[in-house]
Design a protein around this ligand. Sequence first.
Ligand SMILES: C[S@@+](CC[C@H](N)C(=O)[O-])C[C@H]1O[C@@H](n2cnc3c(N)ncnc32)[C@H](O)[C@@H]1O
Length: 220
Amino acid sequence: MGAGAESAAPATLDNVHVKSSYARWAPVYDLVFSLIMRAGRLAAVAAADRPMGRVLDVGVGTGLELPMFDERTRLVGVDLCEPMLRQAQRRVIGKSLRNVDGLLVMDATRLAFPDASFDAVVAPYVLTVVPDPHAMLDELLRVVKPGGEIVLVNHVGAETGIIAKLEAWLGKRSAHLGWRPQFQWSVLGGWIDARPAARLLERRALAPFGLFTLARLKKA
Ligand SMILES: C[S@@+](CC[C@H](N)C(=O)[O-])C[C@H]1O[C@@H](n2cnc3c(N)ncnc32)[C@H](O)[C@@H]1O
């Protein structure tokens, strides 16, 4: 992206900037984010794994979590960014992951699956990246089967103090960062409160340093 385009970029996230941001990250994503976010992926997969069942991985990225699933779990991964998906495809081939049924370019806020298609839906580190998180959550709730789970891992922003100030400053650069550092729990909590079909099963701080939060939701 040229300097002119950067200065014209909005402070808030939009799909065009999310796509271009992750296209730039794709070649080095694993190097930078594999280890630091590994605990969250493992926790998300442990909660969402459904041997003999069907799981949708939303915002699958380079597919770092795919080999963590039981080989009897049928997986479909979707992502907005094609270069990220190409890395995921390489991983699937390199690791002979025969339980991955598809990796598809798709917007999490407009999923092309019928209602109640999956036993569980997992989205590690995605909700804070999507411009309209409530639209994404509505779609996850739609495509998961009744009784199924939605498993999310995200950084939840500090409410007060120096970290909150730093996140507010970084928040003005969301479009370039490709994520929203200021994401508050109330975005998710408010959505759950307004959806009788969604129940919070668990909210847990994760390593490293409680920086990330796992949320498990059940569809009634
Ligand atoms: C921080 S990465 C997480 C990738 C992977 N889940 C992991 O744990 O490493 C966020 C991913 O969400 C994808 N993404 C962002 N907005 C999206 C949207 N609206 N629909 C689908 N994927 C999206 C990005 O392209 C990126 O691959």
